[in-house]
Design a protein around this ligand. Structure first.
Ligand SMILES: Nc1ncnc2c1ncn2[C@@H]1O[C@H](COP(=O)(O)OP(=O)(O)OP(=O)(O)O)[C@@H](O)[C@H]1O
Ligand SMILES: [Mg+2]
Length: 252
């Protein structure tokens, strides 16, 4: 059994828009998978279905043996502690130091109020320090998040996600706000720590060259349909045309 097994996933938004159609794929622990496709192809929708923010219309999403589409809100809240998320806009707490933001990765393991800052045990603090070090940011540990550069913020957010000790890491356009050079550095940090910890990582990304460089595997979405699933070297020009072609775009 695979760590992640998605079968026949369909997502229809309340306005009737079918954002995902019959999406099926499996992925294993430690795999780095890039998801590419035009704007509106359904990349973010797919990640939101996996962490339960969108409820699948049809199909199943089995993570580590448990079907996310069948979970209650309470079960989902518990399962989300094992699902790390990295956003384009970082989602850090501005006024808190970098290290405290990293510790926030442990919040999912706490009863809500007891999880307030100051209640992290020694093992958790060591884990947070370790993860900040792995993204080369230990020297910024006490710096307020809003005083960090964009690249530093995203590395804090990666360290936070790893401190969750997740089964799966979902990154939605993690480098879309960064310049090309920083994008390479941040993706290389992300891929390295995820591989070291054997965390399955799905990365939505617009830059195909970066997907080729950092992912073990690429999934191409077009209008909610998987039109490619394979290794970077199998992604030919003809397939790129299928993923990115301009015809057949839905009329708004
Ligand atoms: N809440 C919603 N209600 C209705 N339609 C939505 C909703 N959210 C997204 N959509 C539509 O679903 C489609 C897929 O959106 P999604 O955000 O998943 O695309 P994406 O591939 O992430 O695009 P981008 O590259 O621009 O981030 C789009 O046509 C979008 O307009
Ligand atoms: Mg998106």
């Amino acid at each position: 059994m695979s760590l992640l097994d998605i079968r026949g996933l369909r997502l229809v938004y309340p306005n009737g828009h079918e954002a995902l159609r019959n999406v099926s794929f499996s992925a294993e622990a430690g795999e780095i998978v890039a998801i590419i496709g035009r704007s509106g192809a359904g990349k973010s929708t797919l990640l939101r279905c996996i962490n339960g923010l969108e409820k699948a219309t049809e199909g199943s999403i089995v993570l580590d043996g448990k079907d996310i589409t069948k979970m209650s809100q309470q079960q989902l809240a518990e399962e989300r502690r094992y699902i790390g998320f990295v956003w384009q806009e970082y989602n850090l707490v501005d006024r808190l130091p970098a290290l405290t933001n990293v510790l926030m990765g442990r919040l999912g393991y706490k009863n809500s109020l007891v999880g307030a800052v100051g209640y992290f045990d020694r093992r958790e603090r060591e884990l947070a320090v370790h993860n900040l070090e792995r993204v080369n940011l230990l020297h910024r540990a006490t710096q307020r998040a809003d005083k960090l550069s964009g690249g530093e913020k995203q590395r804090v957010s990666i360290a936070r996600a790893m401190t969750q000790q997740p089964k799966i890491l979902l990154a939605d356009e993690p480098v879309a706000s960064l310049d090309p050079e920083l994008s390479v550095q941040v993706l290389s940090d992300l891929a390295r720590v995820a591989r070291e910890d054997k965390v399955l990582t799905l990365i939505n990304i617009h830059q195909v060259e970066l997907a080729r460089q950092f992912a073990d595997r690429i999934i191409g979405l077009a209008q909610g349909v998987v039109v490619f699933d394979g290794k970077a070297e199998q992604l030919t020009e003809a397939i790129m045309d299928r993923v990115y072609r301009f015809d057949k775009m839905p009329v708004a």
